[in-house]
Design a protein around this ligand. Structure first.
Ligand code: 5GP
Ligand code: ZN
Length: 107
């Protein structure tokens, strides 16, 4: 998706502070953090939102959910964190590339 800001972050044509990357997903620091640690975990496949997720993405979204606690712990949130997925205009979604917010305060 040439006009998607998160696809550009995946391609590294827009800089970001990457905290985790593998062949399927990327996690980076939110540019306007609303918590001391505020990360965004995105699939490398462009999926606009949860509403566009299909059954063929089940393994991908499963792998992402399994990665969340590991990425959180690596960023100081080993004692807990909040996750959020905003979906659609009414859900407060601003960037239409599926992302999981991971937020918390290191202890
Ligand atoms: P949404 O409201 O779509 O769930 O959240 C989008 C998030 O992406 C926001 O928290 C916003 O701060 C973040 N964001 C938007 N543009 C950029 C960017 O260019 N770089 C980074 N690192 N975060 C961004
Ligand atoms: Zn995208």
């Amino acid at each position: 998706m040439s006009d998607c800001i998160f696809c550009k972050i995946i391609e590294k044509s827009i800089p970001s502070e990457v905290v985790y990357e593998d062949d399927k997903m990327l996690a980076f620091k939110d540019i306007r953090p609303s918590a001391p640690v505020h990360l965004l975990l995105i699939p490398k496949k462009h999926i606009a939102s949860l509403q566009e997720l299909s059954v063929e993405d089940a393994e991908l979204i499963g792998a992402m959910m399994l990665a969340v606690p590991q990425i959180a712990a690596q960023n100081g949130l080993q004692h807990g964190f909040k996750t959020q997925i905003n979906t659609g205009v009414q859900g407060g979604q601003e960037v239409f590339h599926l992302h999981i917010h991971i937020m918390g305060r290191p202890v």
